[in-house]
Design a protein around this ligand. Structure first.
Ligand SMILES: Cc1cc2nc3c(=O)[nH]c(=O)nc-3n(C[C@H](O)[C@H](O)[C@H](O)COP(=O)(O)OP(=O)(O)OC[C@H]3O[C@@H](n4cnc5c(N)ncnc54)[C@H](O)[C@@H]3O)c2cc1C
Length: 479
């Protein structure tokens, strides 16, 4: 534990060693290199760093147990890789074979090429799909003439999409997409917080079709100068590589695993952290890089109101089931990255990735790796199944959907309890109230996926911003 007597530089404690906390520590260390007077301490409750980022080997395949990859267009993750000297290790998804399938009346139907996310930018390419009725398709074509509401209040993604394109699109495409990505429910997720760019597009163009077409033209012009990067990026050896590179930069004498912080108290000028193993430490500033409910627990004694506000951000749990097959057993996999399962299909599988077709290098040529996603807000109960029950369930559904009856060569179940923040309607207002409450606690900062973005690049940004805010605070208070 830090020696209280030999205190020279202002201290910052970071609680949580997931990507948000690791990024905070990294950018604080960078600031110190740049001359800032700061000394960072990292406290992680479990025995390993990385949180939801964890890579394992399974029968010769590289399996991401939690997050799978990151969106290349959000620059923070690629920037961090560059700063860590890992840029040569970044690989892109095999976009030439990108195709998503959607389960429809028990059969896999391809998501037509004419969609950009959920906007049918090329309506004629969409016209032939079986996923939507003729009524739905005609409704979609009318979108440029539907009067945009620009509602002053936040609304759900489902309500926004329904206003533009009708209910059919919500049920067939939007809800399964959001359920597959966030484990969320389109009827509850906030349009402004989850898809802010679409909400802005409505304000500017009224019609999303018009807005998307203009954005495509702009992108095409830009693409002449800068070719478009692959949609998803990952590291050659998986997220563990990023975690290890960040871990190496941490000063070992100030990094503590298996040291959960249990209580945070105010001291005259800073904070006192009580940790497991009955130790405590005094710091000048504090970054809670935890799920919002985890931050709430620590702050209950300090500020019940703030703790209550943090607790009101809901989280979903999820289960990842990875199965490795011999290639010939899984020869019938459709081409593409995988499939999504709409609620109306009545299955427990939410989505499945054909990993070798998305990231070739992760799977040897004689194997197939399927990564199945279960749980989310509609099926928290799936996490209580034993591994055996979960595997039986997944294999039964894969057999019925893909005709895959072979026994997997290896399989593993990963559970992530309350790890996926849900930005439900009103999230923006909740954040404003939280920010207001934080003013009562100078030197206390929050990072993590509960606030302004759930993806890995968003969490890295939240860590970088927390580090910058800490440095500013310490400088302003004379540190
Ligand atoms: C199943 C799943 C799949 C995902 N897939 C993707 C994806 O493909 N791409 C993408 O961009 N994003 C994805 N995400 C989202 C992204 O991975 C997460 O939002 C991000 O990794 C969260 O990082 P974090 O550091 O904020 O939190 P966490 O990873 O949850 O880390 C928090 C850390 O704090 C520690 N901790 C908790 N309490 C204490 C305490 N009291 N004291 C000390 N330590 C404590 C925990 O042990 C943990 O290590 C996925 C998320 C999940 C759950």
């Amino acid at each position: 534990m830090p020696n209280q007597a030999a205190r020279i530089l202002p201290r910052v404690a970071i609680v949580g060693g997931g990507i948000s906390g690791l990024a905070t520590a990294f950018y604080l260390a960078q600031a110190r290199k740049g001359g800032a007077a700061v000394e960072e301490f990292l406290f992680e409750g479990s025995s390993r760093l990385g949180g939801v980022l964890r890579t394992e080997q399974l029968a010769g395949c590289l399996v991401e147990a939690g997050a799978d990859s990151f969106l290349s267009e959000k620059k923070e993750a690629l920037e961090l890789c560059r700063e860590l000297g890992l840029d040569g290790q970044v690989i892109g998804s095999e976009d030439h074979q990108r195709r998503t399938w959607i389960l429809h009346q028990g059969e896999l139907v391809p998501l037509p090429d004419g969609f950009e996310f959920f906007v049918p930018v090329r309506p004629w390419a969409v016209a032939r799909t079986r996923l939507l009725s003729w009524k739905d398709k005609l409704r979609m074509l009318r979108e440029p003439w539907v009067r945009a509401l620009n509602p002053p209040q936040d609304e759900s993604v489902a309500s926004f999409v329904e206003r533009h394109f009708g209910r059919g699109l919500v049920e067939a495409i939007v809800d399964p997409l959001l359920n597959g990505v966030y484990g969320g429910d389109a009827g509850q997720l906030s349009m402004r917080s989850v898809l802010p760019r679409m909400a802005e597009m409505e304000s500017r163009w009224g019609s999303l079709l018009r807005g998307m077409r203009a954005a495509r033209k702009q992108r095409a012009r830009n693409a002449k100068q800068n070719p478009r990067p692959p949609l998803f990026s990952a590291l050659q050896q998986g997220f563990n590589q990023l975690v290890a590179a960040l871990g190496k930069r941490l000063p070992s004498e100030r990094t503590f695993c298996q040291r959960a912080v249990t209580v945070v108290e105010r001291t005259g000028a800073g904070y006192r952290l009580h940790c497991s193993q009955k130790s405590s430490v005094d710091v000048d500033a504090l970054v809670l890089a935890l799920p919002a409910w985890g931050a709430a627990r620590l702050l209950r004694g300090l500020d019940t109101e703030l703790a209550g506000q943090l607790e009101s951000i809901p989280y979903a749990s999820s289960m990842i089931v990875a199965l490795v097959y011999d290639k010939d057993a899984a020869a019938r996999l459709p081409a593409g990255f995988g499939f999504l399962v709409p609620k109306r299909e009545g299955r427990r599988l939410r989505a499945c990735t054909f990993v070798g077709q998305k990231f070739r290098h992760r799977v040897p040529p004689d194997r197939a790796l399927l990564r199945c996603f279960l749980g989310g807000v509609r099926d928290e109960a799936v996490l209580d199944l034993s591994d055996e029950e979960a595997l039986t369930l997944v294999q039964r559904e894969l057999q019925s959907i893909l005709g895959l009856s072979a026994v997997p060569r290896a399989a593993k179940v990963f559970r992530w309890r309350k790890a996926m923040a849900q930005y439900t309607v009103g999230h923006g207002d909740r954040l404003r109230v939280i920010e207001e409450s934080l003013r009562r606690h100078p030197g206390l900062f929050l990072a993590g996926n509960g606030y302004r973005g759930i993806g890995v690049p968003d969490c890295i940004r939240s860590g970088r911003e927390a580090a910058e805010a800490c440095v500013q605070f310490l400088q302003a208070s004379g540190g």
